[in-house]
Design a protein around this ligand. Structure first.
Ligand SMILES: *[C@@H]1O[C@H](CO)[C@@H](O)[C@H](O)[C@H]1NC(C)=O
Ligand SMILES: *[C@@H]1O[C@H](CO)[C@@H](O)[C@H](O)[C@H]1NC(C)=O
Ligand SMILES: *[C@@H]1O[C@H](CO)[C@@H](O)[C@H](O)[C@H]1NC(C)=O
Ligand SMILES: *[C@@H]1O[C@H](CO)[C@@H](O)[C@H](O)[C@H]1NC(C)=O
Ligand SMILES: *[C@@H]1O[C@H](CO)[C@@H](O)[C@H](O)[C@H]1NC(C)=O
Length: 779
């Protein structure tokens, strides 16, 4: 029945004949014509609902959930196991679509959210990889807050749900990964901080009951998921072979932070298997870790449709019923799509799973909807009830999209200070390249419909009279129109080339094959640079990094900017940076490897650490010591910043118990739990690092201070590890003190070979830029 399409007027009436009338009216309406939100317990419209405990806002949440579950037949319960939940009209519960997305703006991927004449678009922020490059935690949260406001506004007019399956917190482990663009990069610390801040921005009701949710976020894809489709290896059948050490210090930390520190309302398990088991059927990963150790307050959802995949593609189970039962018993609460809904009844009849397990799953789902106010009746006079189309694509929201893009943009090369371009010295600008007038390319994947686009060409032309040559007809650049591009460059004072890729080269279900600029882009660049009279600025629009060694070494290419997929306001932000209205402060959240790296490393090798015996070089700045094109954290400014250490201890003594074995014999490391760590909590071995940061140049700018540590080389520990980062904005000649609080047991410990956290004894090196400080930890 088309309940979700009913109008408010129709919902108020409840006789069979009016329902029939509605049915006829509703099917004649276009599917997105609904204009009121979907919610249960509409007591005003249907006073008989007032008697139901689950509609009684005075009762405790658990009791409301228990009441609701108690009223449902088994068949009705099964209807709540799938993402397109059926609803139960006799209880005033409408159908609900759980699947909405909000990776970097409200998206219409999934069917829970649509755009319409009433809300034709929503603010489209930069793709996450660029936002992450800002290393600005308050920006991450500010974006989440705007996105959840626009989401609520769309919910209020019936265009969106309340459950959003974002963010993606998988580690960007291999430069070829097509979905690397969706993530905050390769570093667990940055990814964890991003997850916590973005989830807070989405979920936080600010001062209201902390158990309430503005919208429900979801950290995905749990876990060790980062191969989509590489040389015919498909995510649906890939078995990620992961050792315990990598699991616990690379793949799991972002999920742990998201649940433990971010209080996320949901985790999505992935398609792939980990060590032979599909993640959505692994009781240790789901019930054991997420719910048991991390204490998820919310629901676990499958990827779409990984329960089906388990049976159909992985042949992990002999029957569909077995796949459904195994995943429910492992701790899955909700199945994206309808496979579980289709086969759960047979699974129960066959005795593979009982009603108790189903009750547990739907209780988690209901509890989440309850926190969102779904069972509280009409949201109109409730918090967020006044949000509507006027709150979407506001001037402020669109300005934040521009601000986010310019905070993320990374300046990689700037010889002879060719940037910023001076609009008094440069009279004519050549804008060249297949992404120079990009629109949809700027918003990457998991996008919605943006409020509007400002292309790079439009952004640049606002400041300086610009002429345009695409150079190639698209990013694949099979043929380059060298003559026109060179002629334009030769007759202009400066050249901006906007190159890179789009979703036809990297995206979901599509990993890259190499790290070269596509097709003839390199030739176009080199030839244009050769004939240019003035500065040549290479702008790279992409999710992943490239081997652009040729451009780095080409003296005629004077500046290089990486702009990610910069979102709807990308062209404005690029112009802000190029003309110096914004001083760039973005830094790479991932390593840019040379092409030779991907030639020797199969994408399917999940090991993070190098292996001397096979020549395997390891992955990410934490373990890969080989040559890079650009390194994690690279990014320069139009000004210079200097660091000076003010305070850091040279020695930390752990106070072990009298009975601790390491008091009497030599130990390389001690466990990072135990009385000596509880003492640390009380401050005995916590310490602070204070740094003076000075803007030594002549313009204002922001700067991220990275505090890295290098532990002693035991337990195959990382070469270096990002302990923390802090972004500061400083005027010219201004200085500030940046303080890091270091918890020895948490921040200086490493994960050992069997996944246990240990504090390595001996010399630890702290580094901030070129500054190094030795810290001795002993017992
Ligand atoms: C969005 O559109 C799809 C396809 O037309 C429809 O099935 C779905 O119910 C709509 N969802 C909302 C929330 O309007
Ligand atoms: C349902 O199944 C679970 C797990 O197999 C079991 O622990 C529980 O006792 C069963 N409950 C009932 C009522 O049979
Ligand atoms: C650039 O793109 C915009 C938006 O799609 C379009 O209106 C404009 O005509 C394009 N400019 C050129 C010179 O092709
Ligand atoms: C992306 O590039 C391909 C060629 O590689 C082109 O066919 C496609 O139209 C481009 N997509 C967009 C959105 O520009
Ligand atoms: C971080 O982002 C916020 C939100 O845009 C901004 O107000 C702040 O100035 C930024 N911080 C720095 C140090 O640039």
């Amino acid at each position: 029945m088309g309940y979700s399409r009913q109008t408010r007027r129709n919902r108020a009436l409840s006789s069979v004949s009016t329902l029939l009338l509605c049915f006829l009216l509703c099917i004649s309406e276009p599917s997105n014509a609904q204009s009121s939100p979907v919610f249960a317990c509409d007591i005003t419209g249907n006073p008989s609902l007032a008697g139901f405990g689950f509609c009684n806002t005075e009762l405790k949440a658990e009791d409301r959930v228990t009441d609701l579950v108690g009223r449902l037949t088994l068949e009705e319960k099964i209807g709540f196991l799938g993402s397109r939940a059926n609803g139960v009209s006799r209880l005033g519960i409408p159908p609900y679509n759980w699947w909405s997305e909000a990776l970097h703006g409200v998206s219409d991927v999934g069917h829970g959210t649509n755009f319409s004449g009433q809300v034709p678009g929503a603010t489209s922020f930069p793709q996450v990889i660029l936002t992450a490059a800002s290393f600005n935690v308050s920006l991450f949260e500010a974006i989440g807050k705007v996105v959840s406001t626009e989401a609520r506004a769309m919910y209020n007019v019936g265009l969106a749900g309340l459950t959003f399956w974002s963010p993606n917190v998988n580690i960007f482990r291999d430069p070829r990964w097509g979905r690397g663009q969706e993530t905050p990069g390769e570093d667990p610390t940055l990814t964890s901080k991003y997850a916590v801040a973005y989830v807070k921005g989405l979920q936080d009701t600010e001062g209201e009951d902390p158990n309430r949710l503005k919208v429900a976020a979801c950290c995905k894809h749990y876990t060790a998921y980062d191969v989509d489709n590489w040389q015919n290896v498909q995510r649906y059948t890939f078995d990620a072979v992961v050792n315990q050490q990598d699991m616990d210090d690379t793949f799991q930390p972002p999920f742990k932070s998201c649940v433990v520190d971010g209080n996320v309302a949901s985790v999505m398990c992935s398609y792939n298997k980990v060590n032979g088991k599909p993640t959505c059927a692994d009781p240790d990963l789901l019930s054991g870790v997420i719910r048991g150790q991390w204490k998820l307050n919310g629901y676990i959802v499958s990827d779409c449709d990984s329960v089906d995949v388990m049976y159909t593609s992985q042949h992990y189970t002999k029957t569909p019923e077995e796949a459904v039962a195994k995943s429910l018993l492992a701790g899955l609460d909700l199945n994206c799509d309808h496979f579980t809904g289709q086969h759960a009844m047979e699974a129960v009849k066959a005795g593979l799973v009982n009603e108790t397990a189903i009750d547990k799953a739907i209780s988690n789902n209901f509890a989440t909807l309850l926190r969102l106010g779904f069972f509280d009746g009409d949201p109109k006079n409730k918090p967020y009830g006044d949000l509507g189309p006027k709150d979407v694509c506001t001037v402020e929201n669109q300005e934040l999209a521009r601000e986010a893009a310019r905070q993320g943009i990374v300046l990689l090369k700037n010889s002879a200070a060719s940037l910023p371009l001076s609009s008094s010295a440069i009279k004519t600008l050549a804008v060249i390249g297949p992404n120079a007038n990009a629109t949809t390319t700027m918003i990457g994947n998991y996008h919605g419909i943006p409020c509007k686009y400002t292309t790079p060409l439009q952004g640049l032309a606002e400041t300086i009279s610009s002429r345009y040559e695409p150079g190639c007809s698209n990013v694949a650049c099979a043929e380059a129109d060298l003559d026109s591009a060179m002629a334009l460059a030769a007759s202009s004072d400066a050249v901006v080339l906007v190159m890179g890729e789009n979703l036809s080269i990297e995206q979901e279900s599509l990993d890259r094959v190499d790290l070269f600029l596509p097709g003839k882009q390199q030739e176009l660049l080199t030839q244009v640079a050769k004939v240019a009279k003035g500065p040549v600025v290479l702008v790279i629009m992409s999710g992943g990094g490239f081997d652009i060694t040729f451009a780095k070494n080409d003296d005629k290419i004077t500046s290089i900017l990486w702009v990610g997929y910069p979102g709807e306001a990308g062209g404005l932000a690029i112009a802000d940076v190029i003309f110096g209205r914004h001083n760039p402060s973005g830094q790479l959240p991932m390593t840019w490897y040379p092409q030779s790296y991907v030639e020797k490393v199969p994408m399917t090798n999940m090991n993070m650490r190098p292996d001397e015996s096979t020549g395997y070089p390891g992955r990410t700045y934490r373990f890969y010591a080989g040559e890079t094109v650009y390194a994690f954290g690279d990014g320069i400014s139009y000004t210079q910043f200097t660091h000076r250490l003010i305070k850091a201890p040279g020695l930390v003594s752990l106070r072990l118990d009298q009975s601790h074995p390491c008091r009497s014999s030599e130990c390389q490391s001690v466990d990072s739990i135990g009385p000596h760590c509880e003492n640390a909590v009380k401050g005995r071995s916590d310490f602070e690092v204070h740094l003076n940061v000075r803007n030594a140049g002549d313009r204002e700018g922001s700067h991220t201070v990275f505090l890295f540590t290098t532990p002693p080389a035991i337990h195959r520990s990382p070469i270096k590890h990002l302990l923390g980062f802090e972004k500061v904005r400083l005027g010219k000649n201004e200085e500030a003190v940046v303080r890091f609080k270091v918890d020895v047991c948490q921040d200086l410990s490493v994960v050992d070979e069997i996944g246990k956290r240990k504090i390595a004894l001996g010399q630890h090196l702290l580094h901030v830029g070129s500054l190094k400080h030795t810290l001795n930890i002993r017992v």
